[in-house]
Design a protein around this ligand. Structure first.
Ligand code: IPD
Ligand code: CA
Ligand code: CA
Length: 275
């Protein structure tokens, strides 16, 4: 395809890649033989590797001249290209390894560093979330929108805890406690791309997290924005993928959630050592 390819062409290829990755995840479900820990709590399995291979085969076949940033195999391709595919073949590996069915294949296309196409496919519930800048967001090809929830007190939020949580006081524990008191609940989904997809379709009202990689969130950012939501840094300044941090909401609770996040002090707590 040429640089003039419209976004819906890219969206279709991203969809093909996400479906290919998801099919591999289904194939390995409940049959894992090789689960390794990259660091405490950060797992990688043969399903991550095989799904990434399937995704890369699709992207490389269609766009051999593009750049790729994939979680398991890193950066590859033409560094001069304005097109960068951010790929998480299995977002929610811990869930997957425990056969807790909340994981997805997440594929995004960034053009000049800006996420413009996002596809998140959950093969366990057969939910395909798609979006591209200016084209709206869909779930299984039906338009979706963020929720209408107006206040934190009426909200259901979601967050997560990065793999370095044992090594830093900036581990999100204080924020989790604080927001749990102010809302109807705070979930910990275990799959950042799915958390964002659930914001996009209105099942959840707000999401914040730190310690994230571009492949975790780039697709979900497009979904939320195209579903009418808002994505920023915690302080409402523009979100930078390299920061690893984001605040994503239905827009209506954005200001309130930002204000609460900005005033939380780290929890002083001495965690038990890992046996
Ligand atoms: C993780 C998930 C999780 C988030 C972690 C991510 P992985 O991705 O998205 O929800 O809290 O920070 O690393 O390791 O399952 O691909
Ligand atoms: Ca991930
Ligand atoms: Ca992953």
């Amino acid at each position: 395809m040429t640089p003039q390819t419209p976004l819906n062409g890219f969206l279709d290829i991203a969809t093909e890649a996400a479906l290919a990755g998801g099919a591999v995840l289904q194939k390995f479900w409940g049959k894992l033989e090789n689960i390794q820990e990259k660091r405490p709590g950060d797992l990688v399995t043969e399903a991550d590797q095989a799904a990434e291979k399937a995704v890369l085969a699709v992207i490389n076949r269609h766009f051999p001249e593009h750049q790729i940033l994939a979680e398991e195999s890193g950066r590859q391709g033409n560094r001069e290209s304005p097109y960068l595919w951010a790929i998480d073949p299995l977002d929610g590996t811990t869930n997957y390894a425990h056969q807790y069915p909340f994981s997805a294949t997440s594929i995004a296309l960034l053009i000049d560093g800006i996420p413009q196409v996002g596809v998140v496919f959950d093969p366990f519930h057969q939910e395909l979330f798609r979006a591209a800048t200016g084209l709206g967001a869909t779930r299984n090809r039906q338009p979706i929108q963020v929720s209408q929830t107006e206040t934190l007190a009426q909200s259901l939020l979601v967050t997560g805890f990065a793999y370095d949580r044992r090594e830093t006081p900036d581990n999100n524990y204080a924020e989790f406690c604080h927001l749990t008191h102010l809302t109807q609940g705070v979930r910990r989904g275990g799959s950042a791309s799915m958390d964002l997809a659930y914001i996009a379709c209105g099942r959840l009202d707000g999401y914040w997290e730190r310690g994230l990689s571009p492949w975790d969130i780039a697709a979900g950012i497009v979904l939320v924005q195209e579903a009418g939501g808002q994505v920023t840094a915690y302080d409402q300044s523009p979100q930078k993928l390299s920061s690893g941090r984001l605040l994503a909401t239905n827009g209506r609770i954005h200001e309130a959630l930002s204000q609460e996040l900005m005033q939380v002090q780290p929890l002083v707590w001495n965690p038990p050592s890992i046996p």
